[in-house]
Design a protein around this ligand. Structure first.
Ligand SMILES: Nc1nc2c([nH]c(=O)n2[C@H]2C[C@H](O)[C@@H](COP(=O)(O)OP(=O)(O)OP(=O)(O)O)O2)c(=O)[nH]1
Length: 154
């Protein structure tokens, strides 16, 4: 599995795009990182580009990966794991085209809505790692290197 932490800017992220699932029943109504399954013969990065285009109608630039505790990323349940990357929209306006019934840009600041949303439980540690990756930036730096990755100059 692959997922995306879609932020408003890889260089200076302030908001995260969260998506509310419509299925299966046990996850319907819960918020998640948009993404999906990697198909046979596909790289994880290609799968993420494809899923974001199918689900949200966007093209993106990948930033840094949010490393999980396993090679395959973040454990979701007994069987699956998900690798998650920061991404920024390069074309298109995100729309809930498939798998979701609502999208929301939420501020990343502590003590805000992002913490109160009913996330898929397995996503909570990812959210913590995501926010701590952003919080590790020395304030004098003014940029968020942990969200950088491939890009024009990377
Ligand atoms: N996309 C996504 N799936 C997640 C997250 N957290 C989590 O436990 N999951 C689980 C829910 C599903 O059981 C599975 C993802 O399935 P999916 O339905 O998004 O994948 P897909 O679109 O490729 O699947 P399919 O409908 O084509 O079979 O992983 C998350 O943050 N994002």
């Amino acid at each position: 599995m692959v997922g995306a932490a879609v932020v408003d800017s890889l260089e200076q992220p302030t908001r995260l795009l969260v998506a509310r699932r419509t299925s299966p029943p046990q996850f319907a109504g819960m918020w998640e990182f948009p993404g999906g399954k990697v198909e046979t013969g596909e790289t994880c990065e290609a799968a993420l580009h494809r899923e974001l285009n199918e689900e949200l109608g966007i093209h993106v630039r990948l930033g840094a990966e949010i490393p999980g505790p396993a090679d395959q990323g973040w454990p979701l349940n007994g069987k699956a794991a998900m690798r998650v990357w920061f991404v920024e929209v390069t074309a298109g306006e995100p729309e809930a085209l498939q798998d979701h019934d609502e999208l929301r840009w939420v501020p990343l600041d502590a003590g805000t809505e992002v913490e109160d949303l009913p996330w898929i439980p397995a996503d909570k540690p990812i959210l913590v790692a995501l926010r701590s990756a952003l919080g590790e930036v020395p304030s004098s730096f003014g940029k968020v290197p942990s969200a950088f990755g491939e890009g024009p100059s990377a």
